[in-house]
Design a protein around this ligand. Structure first.
Ligand code: DQA
Length: 145
């Protein structure tokens, strides 16, 4: 089984970006931890970060026939991008939405996700550890299907 991990805008800055909100773990460290979990649970992982909305959509289209599940942290596009939800729905691959911060405990404009209605589930507010939990949860769900 192959899982895609897609991180959106500004998540390349993790580690130094607003550490009181997002923590000090870098995206490379998150990816390394995800690779370790992937080996443990015997899945293959491909991880991509892009800052542009169109670039993220292109990655999703490219995954249509090559991954069976997706973890996505769309960053601020979470709150605005119907196009990303359409891309996720269009490729029809189950996905789990991940956020480092608890988007429901933040500013009003972050409390709505455009993606959530199409997601298998969401992990929000558990910091970097949320990615690993999301991976385990998604794979368990896919294996049970
Ligand atoms: C985020 C939350 C978003 O509101 C924000 O724009 C991000 C990161 C998170 O992981 O907590 O870039 O998705």
């Amino acid at each position: 089984m192959r899982i895609g991990v897609l991180n959106g805008p500004n998540l390349n800055l993790l580690g130094t970006r607003e550490p009181t909100v997002y923590g000090t773990t870098t995206l490379a460290q998150i990816d390394a931890e995800l690779q370790a979990i992937a080996r443990e649970i015997d899945v293959e992982l491909v991880s991509v970060q892009k800052n542009g909305e169109g670039e993220l959509i292109d990655v999703l289209h490219g995954w249509q026939h090559s991954v069976q599940g997706i973890l996505v942290n769309a960053g601020a596009y979470t709150h605005t991008s119907l196009a990303l939800r359409d891309a996720l729905s269009g490729i029809a691959i189950p996905f789990v939405e991940v956020h480092l911060s608890n988007i429901y405990a933040r500013e009003p404009e972050r409390r709505h996700s455009m993606l959530a209605s199409a997601a298998v589930g969401m992990i929000t507010g558990l910091g970097a550890a949320g990615y690993g939990l999301a991976l385990r949860g998604l794979v368990a769900r896919l294996r049970a299907a």
